[in-house]
Design a protein around this ligand. Structure first.
Ligand SMILES: [Zn+2]
Length: 450
């Protein structure tokens, strides 16, 4: 039971995976936080905030990296190590420097093969926004081998210098102090001193981003001349960071560690958050719900508090009671698609046919607004199945297969969908599109194998 709760809470998906594949952690509040703190930096880099994604990876190695495109991957281990939002911004600014510079990482061959990853599948992974052969039935989405790149590959020292200089420029243009960046690099440096030559997982950031002795000195010189050096920390970003970090720690850490770091004497919002997860993971749903109720009492308008409350109720087998808080969370978050998918799941879980029309509406709006949520497609498929609409259930499965990187299944499901849909209707055309995409992926796969 605890395992099931663990797999579902935070609207996140996590799973046991073969070596090298990593899970994407998704949470509405965390994603909103990343968007907010990165937006001024993204603009300073001359990029469009809508095109840049910050993706959280469940990996304890302290690392952040890019793997082509405009996605910045941040490991959960980095958030654990960071003390302020300002430190995270220093890292994001640096990574955006790699994005703007179009830097490709080197050194794939030896390291990647040692881990049993073929370059062929690494490239194949790049076909989907987020790829990996996840557990499609549960709608689990993996960052796949593409994200595992960060562990084994490194930028060149020249690319590092360029990214440092670009990052400093973005921070300056955004009026954000570089102090956090220096603090974070100093932490990494102390790891380096303690552990010697970079080789450990904890050294991931340093091994992906070679740290020369004068790098910190260069950054300090650059930052300290900037008027933004003495800019005060943004209080909202910093308090949001504490919440997001507490949530993540509650989700990831062992419950006893969470209870030590956030003892019951601590009645702050982050502490309630962290303990709600710790209790939930230890299968104490009432204690978990009590922490969520305290959060709601502190701010009845906060949609994320209601989301957490609804999720705890849903996952402790009370979908009926989860509906109201989740409905309010969806409304209060401007129809956030992750929360909407959770609400849709709760509606389906009531096993009350009267809830199916609302579930369909809610889940459809979620999949339209979020193109990396196979779980929402899975739930939508269940709605169609319960209605006896097998063609649309197959179409939903095909969408999900495409997202979880399983073109062979996508092909089979789109065929089944097309045979049950009216020729040239919008859904039929979509099924045909999926068929073509899946075929192209299978062909590429075949070519690489040869
Ligand atoms: Zn770098």
């Amino acid at each position: 039971m605890a395992r099931i709760a663990l797999a579902l809470i935070l609207s996140l998906v996590i799973a046991v995976r073969p070596a090298a594949a990593q899970s994407v952690l998704r949470d509405a509040e965390t994603e909103a936080f990343f968007r907010e703190i990165s937006e001024p930096l993204v603009r300073a880099a001359g990029l469009q905030p809508d095109n840049v994604e910050i993706v959280l990876i469940g990996d304890s190695a302290i690392n952040a990296f890019t793997a082509g495109g405009q996605t910045v991957y941040i490991n959960s281990g980095l958030i654990e190590e960071a003390s302020t939002a300002n430190e995270v911004q220093g890292v994001i600014a640096h990574e955006l420097g790699h994005v703007e510079g179009g830097h490709a990482m080197r050194g794939a061959d030896g390291a990647a093969e040692a881990q049993g990853i073929s370059i062929g599948s690494l490239l194949l992974g790049a076909l989907a926004a987020v790829a990996g052969a996840g557990d499609a039935a549960a709608g689990i989405m993996m960052a796949g081998q593409r994200a595992a790149l960060g562990k084994y590959l490194a930028y060149t020292r020249v690319q590092e210098s360029v990214a440092d200089a670009s990052g400093a420029r973005y921070l300056s243009a955004a009026g954000i102090s570089g102090r956090g960046s220096i603090d974070f690099f100093k932490k990494l440096q102390s790891y380096e001193f303690r552990l010697g030559i970079p080789q450990d997982d904890d050294q991931a950031f340093v091994s992906s981003h070679p740290l020369s002795g004068d790098r910190i000195q260069y950054l300090r010189d650059t930052y300290s001349k900037d008027p933004a050096w003495d800019a005060p920390l943004n209080p909202k970003w910093e308090s949001d960071f504490k919440r997001v970090k507490a949530k993540l720690m509650g989700y990831i850490a062992r419950p006893e560690d969470t209870m030590r770091d956030y003892p019951e004497s601590n009645q702050s919002i982050p502490a309630h958050y962290a303990r709600a997860y710790a209790w939930h993971k230890s299968a104490y749903p009432q204690k978990a719900a009590a922490e969520a109720e305290k959060l709601i009492a502190s701010d009845p308008d906060d949609p994320y508090f209601k989301e957490l409350y609804g999720q705890i109720l849903l996952e402790s087998g009370k979908p009926d009671q989860a509906l109201e808080p989740l409905r309010e969370a969806v409304a209060g978050s401007d129809n956030n698609p992750l929360i909407a998918a959770l609400f849709g799941h709760a509606l389906v879980a009531t096993e009350d046919r009267a809830n199916l029309p609302e579930a369909e509406r809610v889940l459809k709006s979620a999949v339209v607004r979020d193109n990396r949520n196979p779980f929402a497609w899975y739930q939508l498929g269940v709605v169609y199945e319960q209605r006896g609409d097998e063609a649309r259930a197959a179409l939903a499965s095909a969408e999900r297969d495409l997202m979880t990187g399983e073109p062979d299944l996508a092909l089979r499901h789109s065929d089944r969908a097309m045979s049950g849909l009216a020729d040239y209707s919008p859904d039929w055309l979509r099924a045909q599109d999926i068929r073509l995409i899946a075929e192209a992926q299978l062909e590429d796969d075949e070519k690489r194998r040869r």
